[in-house]
Design a protein around this ligand. Structure first.
Ligand SMILES: [Zn+2]
Ligand SMILES: [Zn+2]
Length: 897
């Protein structure tokens, strides 16, 4: 065990450096004559074959790998070279994992290749791998640097981490000597790095919470960090560093970076997207003129927004250094930056949507929408001449040899882009007005404001600059404009449990519900307030969207059950703390409400069926986002780019009922995690199941044994009681957010209840209306028609009456009088008063007339030739007693007493 005051990177650096022979030196360094030195500039320890004063950190060493005549290489072709090197050196080559991190529920997306193999169980990290050692062409998505993408020449939102991993050392795998030997061979052999230009810097790598960490060696050449070889050697045990029993070599080769170095282009985008850029050239509305861009690109890494300083100042400095004018920058450099960014964004969207993510305003989908909008903004600003779909199609084609699945998902991507573009257009229509108001104020726009603008109006920072530029205003956006807009990689924590009781000192509650028990004699371990803890329980605690069992414990009504850690807490209806039958140590009878249990199970199994139906009817992208299984209904939320239509809803119902009518078989199997993933794929993490060493798999097959659905799930299902589901009826669908549809349905007894209620309602309505239940629609149409005719006649009569009244009022109050202001009492409803008064003012247009009825309703109308105010008249007549409103020509209200 390392002895450290605290787990902190600098402490670890010092500690590892003290004993560098154990943590950093390797056989290869000895054999090839690499010696340990200290950088004069940054103080880092590094190893090099030749005497040198500086390490190769780009902070103080400029890039020197650009070639005058870069050599292009295809993405897939380059991967094949890479893969051959490692398979020649005894590594298995495995397929990539999805970019949507379904098996790590604390992350939205896959952000590193090692994540493929990590499984968190009870807060501890374990590894699951199909070969050892291995390499994997893992596409990763990261969004924090979004503003740099397209600009700095080296940032991407999607990139391949070509993962080289060896697990379980010293029992299997390999350690530092072999890692660095392979690293050296690959870099000097395949990548053509000169030995004298190769530098290995010593550093420390750690998980964010220091749960795992270890020394690492970073390989640098010509100012570029080529790869970081991480040796995960320690874990954090109560703040102390303890050596892991199974250590892991984690080398995440940044594939884009390697291509960049290998080809020698002046920016990574030209290296990575070379063939696509070539194909695009004729179609783009601007010229891919590289002279200005090339001059600019030499320094563009200085534009990293995460580095200090104003972005505009940094640009100005580069323009000065390169002699590029402001105009040339606007016309020749910026469109290319936008094009590069869009190429990256199109590829990210292609991978994300292929793997089942969708742009939305929640979770990981939020970041996808941000980049989609950024890309659409660039498209419209620079009139690119190529659409996002054109780019995505080229990407899919280019990557086919490595990722053939991308082409299959182009049509769904196209639908998503279509819908999102329409939304974006709507946004920009309103945006002009909002942004104009903002820039007229000439205030500095802060990050907080930028976030509000994006979240409430969908306005991206670029859109603000564009609109401002159109107005001829140069607007300085804050540095790191996207910082507050973009969501971090980590998913938000789930809601806290609402039990106000500390359970630390209680043993694990033995669950009896998995054996389908509905009653037990249990020992009371604790009872206070309305909480009961037992040694064992048949009560299913709320979990995985399934509501808790209800029932009775020692005669007391139980209305909720929660699991906290391994302890199950029963929540009684009232305060039972002093009940004698619940004294600590006593045995009590537990009885679960069986009807409720059966309904919850029927709803849970039918939710799995609905999930399978969604993937079959709506598409592979229809992942489950949330569920609820209650007593009287259930719902499932699925990700989908559009509102479900009638035909889709019918198909979903047919799928589920078709399966049920044909007969289903539900089985629950304990399976090794690796086996379950291999057999059923990652859709087993569809719902709420967490990857654990052995998984509780709920498998639904049809009568012939054909698989319908398989999910890791901790809920209760109708295994052996499949008949209890009966049938399923969708009772409602709604769009709960713009990437998610909610399907509400009823099954089993709840379905019967539903039909019963429906029938009662309909037959009672039919009886009242004196018709047959199935003729209600016709009857309704007929009634509507009759009603309309009656209304029409009533209005006609009303008008006639008002006409007569107007005549009467005229002869009584107006004829022969010179008064132009009149106050009268009429005992008629407001509607009639209105009509009568307007008839009167038509007969004498100079008249202003006010009427009041016995209920205190007041109406005041002004003739078209009068210059007085109706509202003022009403107010003056009744003072504060008048409650109402209106205008100069008409007013109404009530007079209160
Ligand atoms: Zn240095
Ligand atoms: Zn489930």
């Amino acid at each position: 065990m390392l002895n450290l005051p605290k787990l902190e990177k600098n402490e670890l650096r010092k500690e590892f450096a003290k004993d560098y022979k154990s943590y950093y030196s390797t056989k290869l360094f000895e054999e090839e004559g690499f010696e340990r030195r200290k950088c004069k500039e940054c103080g880092k320890n590094f190893w090099s074959a030749e005497e040198r004063e500086l390490c190769e950190d780009p902070e103080h060493t400029p890039y020197t790998f650009f070639k005058d005549k870069p050599k292009s290489v295809g993405y897939v072709e380059f991967w094949k070279k890479f893969a051959k090197f490692f398979s020649d050196n005894d590594h298995a080559v495995i397929d990539r994992y999805p970019v949507v991190s379904r098996w790590r529920q604390d992350l939205y997306f896959t952000i590193a290749s090692i994540q493929d193999f990590q499984r968190i169980e009870n807060g501890a990290m374990g590894f699951e791998y199909s070969a050892n050692p291995l390499i994997v062409p893992q596409i990763c998505l990261r969004f924090p640097d979004i503003e740099n993408v397209g600009i700095t020449g080296r940032h991407f939102t999607s990139f391949m981490m070509a993962g080289q991993h060896a697990f379980n050392y010293p029992k299997e795998g390999y350690w530092r000597d072999r890692t660095i030997e392979l690293n050296y061979k690959f870099l000097t052999g395949m990548l053509g790095v000169k030995k004298e230009n190769l530098v290995y810097s010593e550093d420390v790598w750690a998980m964010g919470d220091f749960s795992e960490f270890g020394p690492c060696l970073e390989s640098f050449s010509n100012g570029l960090e080529l790869v970081n070889s991480v040796f995960t050697q320690f874990e954090n045990v109560n703040g102390k560093a303890k050596e892991l029993p199974d250590m892991v070599v984690d080398v995440g080769w940044g594939f884009e970076r390697l291509m960049w170095f290998y080809t020698g282009f002046d920016n990574a985008y030209d290296a990575v997207f070379h063939d696509i850029i070539e194909k695009s050239k004729g179609k783009l509305s601007f010229e891919m003129e590289s002279d200005h861009f090339r001059k600019f690109a030499k320094y563009s890494s200085e534009l990293d927004v995460t580095e200090k300083g104003s972005y505009r100042d940094k640009v100005r400095a580069i323009l000065k250094k390169t002699g590029i004018t402001e105009q040339e920058y606007e016309r020749k450099v910026k469109p290319m930056q936008a094009f590069y960014a869009t190429l990256d964004h199109s590829r990210t969207l292609l991978f994300a949507i292929s793997d089942g993510a969708l742009p939305s305003n929640i979770g990981g989908g939020y970041n996808l929408r941000v980049i989609l909008r950024r890309a659409l903004g660039f498209m419209s600003e620079y009139k690119m001449g190529l659409g996002l779909m054109d780019m995505a199609e080229m990407q899919a084609k280019e990557l086919k040899g490595l990722y053939p699945e991308l082409e299959e998902h182009l049509d769904i991507l196209s639908k998503v882009i279509d819908i999102e573009s329409k939304r974006y257009e709507k946004t920009t229509e309103n945006a002009g007005r909002i942004i104009n108001a903002l820039i007229q104020k000439r205030e500095k726009i802060g990050k907080e404001q930028l976030r509000t603008l994006y979240e409430s109006n969908g306005i991206t920072p670029e859109l603000i600059s564009t609109v401002a530029a159109k107005e001829g205003i140069k607007l300085d956006l804050p540095e790191g404009a996207y910082e507050d807009i973009i969501k971090g990689d980590f998913a938000e924590k789930k809601k806290a449990v609402r039990v106000d009781l500390s359970v630390e000192n209680f043993p694990k509650t033995e669950p009896l519900y998995y054996k389908f028990a509905t009653e037990s004699d249990s020992k009371v371990l604790h009872a206070s307030k309305n909480y009961i803890i037992l040694d064992r329980t048949p009560f299913y605690p709320e979990g995985g969207g399934q509501e808790a069992d209800h029932g009775k414990i020692g005669g007391h009504e139980i209305i909720d059950v929660q699991k906290i850690g391994n302890v199950i807490v029963h929540i009684a209806k009232g305060d039972i703390g002093k009940a004698s039958e619940l004294k600590e140590g006593k045995k009590v009878k537990c009885l679960v409400d069986i009807d409720r249990r059966n309904r919850l199970m029927a709803h849970h199994t039918s939710t799995h069926l609905m999930s399978a139906a969604s993937r079959s009817v709506i598409g592979k992208h229809a992942w489950q986002e949330g569920t609820r299984k209650s007593y009287d209904k259930a719902h499932i939320d699925i990700s989908h780019y559009d509102k479900l239509n009638e035909a889709e809803i019918n198909k979903l119902e047919q799928f589920v009922n078709g399966a049920l009518l044909n007969g289903i078989k539900v089985s629950i199997e304990e399976m090794e995690r690796g086996k379950a993933e291999g057999e059923f794929g990652f859709s087993i993490y569809q719902g709420h199941g967490m990857p654990t060493k052995t998984m509780r798999m709920v498998i639904i097959r049809d009568r012939d044994g054909k698989l319908i659905d398989a999910e890791a799930c901790g809920g209760l299902h109708v295994a052996g009681k499949e008949y209890a589901v009966g049938m399923v009826k969708i009772i409602n669908t709604s769009r709960i957010s713009d990437g998610v549809d909610r399907i509400e349905f009823v099954a089993g007894n709840a379905a019967l209840d539903y039909f019963d209620r429906e029938h009662t309602q309909l037959s009672s309505a039919a009886e009242t209306l004196n018709t047959d239940m199935f003729k209600l629609v016709e009857k309704e149409a007929k009634l509507k028609e009759e009603n309309a005719a009656l209304m029409k006649r009533a209005i006609e009569k009303e008008e006639k009456l008002a006409g007569i009244m107007a005549e009467e009022l005229y002869s009584k109050h107006v004829e022969g009088s010179k008064k132009t202001e009149l106050s009268i009492e009429i005992d008629e409803p407001r509607e009639t008063m209105r009509r009568a008064l307007s008839g009167l003012t038509k007969k004498n247009e100079k008249l202003l007339v006010l009427a009041k009825n016995g209920k205190g309703d007041v109406v005041c109308v002004r003739g078209s030739a009068s210059k007085k105010s109706a509202l003022e008249f009403a107010k003056n007549t009744f003072g504060a007693k008048f409650r109402g409103g209106g205008s100069d020509s008409f007013a109404e209200g009530v007079v209160t007493n």
